[in-house]
Design a protein around this ligand. Structure first.
Ligand code: WTA
Length: 640
């Protein structure tokens, strides 16, 4: 399978680093960790008692110190955040100002009784105060748990209850598509029955009317008359930095727990290797901080390098399709990191719009979150990068903390292939294997596995070591299983081929099928449900849901459909809304009762059933064929 290659590099070539990493990954990471500022050195680089890894054991460090304090002598007047509000407002926050804000807010947290190890839930729009809140938590050793501002009250309630956060930081609202998203109202609803929440801090972003409750305090009131000095706590390297909830194959989101020293080492290294970051760069990552990309490559990595970054509050196509390119031109962005979904949308708007902006400052482009189609890669390369910017297609996960597969133009110049993430980062051993863990032949689809620990890897799942073991480490012995399909080509390049488990990726966001199904089934009229993803031109994948109603309930009712959709919006958030709901009388299952998603997908795509004789678990061919035909007919009727 020959594929097109693009030779575009930045002239960096440091192959010796790869050689070093391959010969001894532990001493390799030991070297890399020395680029950070530690309060005290570590005695042991890696304590690996599978599947639990502790990096830089005995060392003490602080994330906020590495993000801010270390830059004060040389960069206090340098811009840290060039913020653009959706409504056209802008702010330039320097490293010096961030330093003061973070220290003050850390003192606010202390004054509210927050101590080391306490959890703090953050539900804010994309404003600088979101990063201030995170770094303030890190400064005093509190564990932040940021919730994406599109999640519903029920989702927040579940997460606050699981993490037992005593403090919540939110805003009156945030702008999205010209409208105000009333975040404070959602929080009021989410915590009305939770006694252990002691304080809610409310930032006034939109100045819309809110109800102030006894637990509420305004951000500005708390920040007045508070000391500007708060020294960073020396924390053990494996001190938890944050919990980030993510969807998996089970009904409940998992609290991915990240540490400090290892995580920061991973971010510091990958930010330098992948983005080739220089002091003069203007970096812009479009990810919302509510997702891991925003945690790692907005809130932390740029700060570790004292970089200047653009932060944008709103929708990428608001008020019109030129917004993104306008921001790139306005702030003279040099490095742009976005998602295939956003790129597919921009591409649909046509070349004329980006061509009418000056994008000549761009020197490097990145993609993350889903596989990037080769034609979109080429469009990005030609129309946006004008054939002079390398594209880094970065593969990683909430759990991995940082990139694990990506071209690294800051380190080496290798030919790029549109659609391939190329090679693993140095020090990480990745294979593509079959069901029993044997390497599959070149260019054969198999499961991606990671064979050794890496510094950014999750510590565990919050309060659930057992689940951590079973979800990631039980499919193959001593190998991390990320749940992705991949193939390796003749040059050893990795091609990511989507999820191998019951997790959907809609516009780059992870949605667990089980979580969605259990939400649908909680509707009193629903007996059973199955959801699956079907390809979508822009979002990569969209959700379709099959619903079997309880006996006696009137089928195919528009009211019922609306009720189910409302339930999903209220319980999870609108990102999980199905594009289509099909009311059916039966679901195709194996004899052991497992829903055959492959068949549902085929139905949704209007494909042929394919070879049923190879279906898993000995399902009866004729039975399956019958259900399949029945479903097709009922879907046709549904649509008519
Ligand atoms: C998918 C996002 C192909 C993959 C950082 C992974 C990708 C999941 C890529 C993690 C990529 C991420 N190419 N697929 N470059 N990057 N994925 O936790 O399926 O939101 O397992 O982290 O996104 O999603 P998560």
């Amino acid at each position: 399978m020959m594929s097109e290659t693009y030779r575009i590099g930045l002239g960096n070539n440091n192959n010796s680093l790869r050689e070093k990493a391959n010969s001894d990954f532990v001493s390799f990471w030991d070297e890399q960790a020395k680029h950070l500022s530690w309060f005290s050195p570590w005695d042991k680089t890696l304590d690996w008692s599978p599947p639990f890894a502790k990096w830089f054991v005995g060392g003490t460090i602080n994330a906020s110190y590495n993000a801010l304090d270390i830059h004060q002598s040389e960069k206090s007047t340098k811009s840290a955040i060039l913020w653009e509000g959706e409504n056209g407002e802008s702010r330039n926050v320097t490293y010096g100002e961030m330093f003061t804000l973070v220290q003050k807010f850390a003192n606010v947290l202390k004054s509210l009784g927050v101590q080391k190890d306490d959890r703090v839930t953050i539900y804010l729009p994309m404003v600088p105060e979101l990063i201030v809140s995170m770094l303030a938590c890190a400064r005093i050793g509190a564990i932040h748990t940021v919730i994406f501002s599109g999640f519903s009250a029920t989702s927040i309630k579940d997460r606050v209850s699981d993490s037992k956060s005593k403090i919540i930081i939110t805003a009156d609202g945030g702008y999205r598509r010209g409208k105000i998203v009333k975040l404070k109202d959602v929080i009021d609803d989410a915590i009305k029955d939770i006694d252990f929440v002691e304080h809610v801090v409310v930032l006034e972003r939109t100045k819309n009317k809110i109800t102030m409750n006894p637990k509420d305090n305004l951000w500005n009131d708390l920040m007045n008359n508070i000391s500007e000095l708060c020294s960073a706590e020396a924390l053990p390297s494996d001190h938890p930095l944050y919990i980030l909830y993510t969807s998996g194959t089970t009904g409940k989101p998992k609290g991915v727990l990240h540490g400090t020293g290892g995580y920061l080492t991973h971010l510091h290294s990958t930010f330098k290797w992948a983005f080739d970051i220089k002091d003069s760069d203007v970096f812009f990552c479009t990810a919302d901080i509510g997702w891991v990309t925003g945690h790692s490559y907005v809130a932390y990595a740029p700060f570790l390098h004292g970089a200047t970054q653009v932060m944008y509050e709103g929708a990428p196509d608001f008020p019109d399709a030129s917004r993104m390119w306008d921001i790139l031109q306005k702030y003279k962005v040099t490095i742009f990191y976005t998602t295939p979904t956003a790129l597919r949308m921009f591409m649909k708007f046509g070349d004329e719009i980006p061509n009418s902006f000056d994008l000549s400052n761009l020197r490097l482009l990145g993609s993350v979150g889903e596989p990037i189609n080769p034609e979109v890669w080429k469009w990005y390369f030609k129309t946006i990068g004008k054939e002079k910017c390398p594209i880094i297609d970065t593969w990683w996960q909430t759990e991995t903390g940082g990139m694990l597969i990506s071209p690294l133009p800051g380190l080496e110049s290798i030919p790029l292939k549109p659609g391939s993430g190329t090679l693993p980062i140095p020090g990480v051993d990745i294979s593509v294997v079959d069901e029993i863990g044997k390497d599959v032949p070149v260019n054969t689809k198999g499961y991606l596995v990671i064979k050794n620990p890496w510094p950014g890897m999750l510590l565990t799942l919050w309060n659930d070591d057992e689940k951590y073991k079973t979800v990631y480490w039980s499919k193959y012995e001593n190998c991390y299983y990320p749940g992705d399909y991949a193939r390796k080509d003749e040059d050893g390049y990795l091609w990511l081929l989507g999820r191998a488990d019951d997790v959907l990726k809609v516009a780059g966001h992870r949605i667990g099928t089980a979580e969605l199904e259990s939400c649908i089934v909680s509707h009193p009229s629903v007996a059973e449900s199955a959801v699956c993803g079907i390809p979508d031109e822009v979002k990569g994948e969209v959700i379709i849901a099959f619903v079997v109603l309880k006996q006696g309930v009137e089928q195919n009712s528009k009211i019922l459909e609306k009720e189910i959709i409302d339930k999903i919006r209220n319980n999870i958030g609108s990102i999980a809304t199905p594009k289509q709901i099909y009311f059916v009388s039966k679901l195709p299952k194996t004899r052991s009762g497992k829903i055959m998603r492959r068949l549902l997908k085929a139905i949704g795509n209007n494909e042929k059933i394919g070879d049923v004789s190879t279906l898993e678990d000995g399902a009866a061919v004729t039975e399956v064929q019958q259900v399949f035909d029945e479903l097709k007919t009922s879907i046709k009727n549904n649509l008519e």
